[in-house]
Ligand binder design. Structure first.
Ligand code: FES
Ligand code: FE2
Length: 388
């Protein structure tokens, strides 16, 4: 394949019939952003039925490596077993004890600390305590409960839907990923190494985080470091198919990296086209995973709902393996900028939630710089149904 001069060659910008016009560019209701009924629908129809990206493969490379993800009131345990990575419900089959609390680690068996049932790295029950009548107890039927798992472009996806009863048919993962593969290919997502991960608790509805991380209109007021380095005026929105939204933004002339120093001696990733060397491509896999694709690193940032008014954010920083093996490799300046920006953002999001919690909230007008906000809301409204 010939290399494009920019991601623009592959993906156009938004056309006139875009979702922004569905609501006249206006936001949505108090109930849509903060209501319990809306949240219940989202948990059922979005988080309970759609493909959900949950992990990057670099954290699960070795056999026995595992990680956990909280989704609503549930928890998923990802295990790298003998046949690759498989997701399971993170509870013991005996009486429901939550098996693993840590976010990431490595072990060859999972021991339940309540009554000592032991599972192997393939999710099979290896041994148990207690006396069981053999005709009442089939060991092979008491392994961890698996969840449908797929890997694409270095990202692990899970799906909780029941194929036999999924209304409107079971969602096709490749179809939902639209042009995502083009970004993943150019930035070599499956080869990158996650060098740091951090979780943040945020006291707001998950959609407010999804909105916030997908628009740069607030950079001048909220993020002086980011605003110094990136230009929120030199930006645009992509027209993407599948369950994707995305935008691009340029890095200002004096800089080559979005970091506290604005500069990096890391080599640009080899396949990134010239037109994107000083650009960030913001791509979100709906409902909840934002990628920042830049020439010298990529980040992945999830927002996971907990309750209508709380969520947590999981942030990964990924670098090219040719850089991470260098003895002078450091991601400190990149982490410092985003860790600070993250706390600045959560303050904005929490305070917005406190404002939207007012039942007298009347939706305001979104600017074209916030087009992705209306795209996200339209997708959520369409997918979850119910309140507008
Ligand atoms: S709940 Fe796990 S062994 Fe009893
Ligand atoms: Fe922000």
């Amino acid at each position: 394949m010939t290399q494009p001069s920019s991601m623009f060659d592959l993906i156009g910008e938004q056309a006139e019939d875009r979702p922004y016009y569905e609501t006249g560019g206006r936001g949505r209701s108090h109930e849509f952003y903060t209501g319990e009924e809306q949240f219940r629908r989202e948990m059922d129809r979005i988080y309970g039925r759609r493909w959900l990206p949950v992990e990057h493969v670099s954290r699960l490379r070795d056999k026995g490596s595992y990680s956990t993800v909280g989704i609503g009131t549930g928890s998923v345990l990802l295990l790298h077993g003998d046949d690759g990575v498989q997701a399971y419900h993170n509870y013991c089959r005996h009486r429901g004890y939550k098996l693993v609390e840590e976010a990431v680690g490595r072990r060859q068996s999972i021991v339940c600390m309540y009554h000592c049932w032991v599972y192997d790295r393939n999710g099979r029950l290896k041994s148990h305590n207690g006396t069981y009548l053999p005709h009442f107890f089939d060991k092979s039927a008491n392994g961890l409960l698996p969840i449908r798992t797929e890997i694409r472009h270095g990202v692990v996806f899970v799906n909780f839907a029941d194929e036999a009863t999924a209304p409107g048919g079971f969602p096709d993962l490749d179809e939902t990923l639209g042009e995502f593969g083009e970004f993943a290919r150019v930035y070599e997502l499956d080869k990158l190494e996650c060098v740091q991960a951090k979780d943040y608790s945020v006291a707001c509805n998950w959609k407010l985080v999804a909105h916030n991380v997908n628009e740069s209109l607030h950079f001048p007021t909220a993020h002086k470091d980011l605003h110094r380095i990136t230009d929120f005026d030199d930006a645009g929105t992509y027209d993407l198919s599948g369950d994707l939204v995305g935008a691009w933004q340029t890095i200002r002339d004096d800089y080559n990296s979005i970091s506290m120093t604005g500069r990096s001696d890391r080599a640009p990733m080899p396949l990134v086209p010239d037109g994107d060397l000083r650009k960030v491509n913001w791509i979100t896999i709906l409902p909840n995973l934002l990628f920042a694709f830049t020439a010298d690193y990529v980040f992945m940032q999830w927002v996971w709902p907990e309750t209508p008014g709380t969520c947590y954010v999981r942030h990964f920083w990924l670098f090219h393996p040719t850089e991470t093996v260098r003895s002078d490799f450091s991601h400190e300046a990149v982490f410092a900028l985003w860790d600070k920006a993250n706390y600045e953002d959560w303050e904005m999001c929490e305070r917005t939630h406190r404002g939207l919690a007012n039942p007298h909230w009347a939706p305001g007008q979104l600017s074209l710089d916030e087009e992705v906000v209306s795209q996200i809301d339209s997708w959520v409204a369409r997918t979850a149904g119910g309140t507008r």
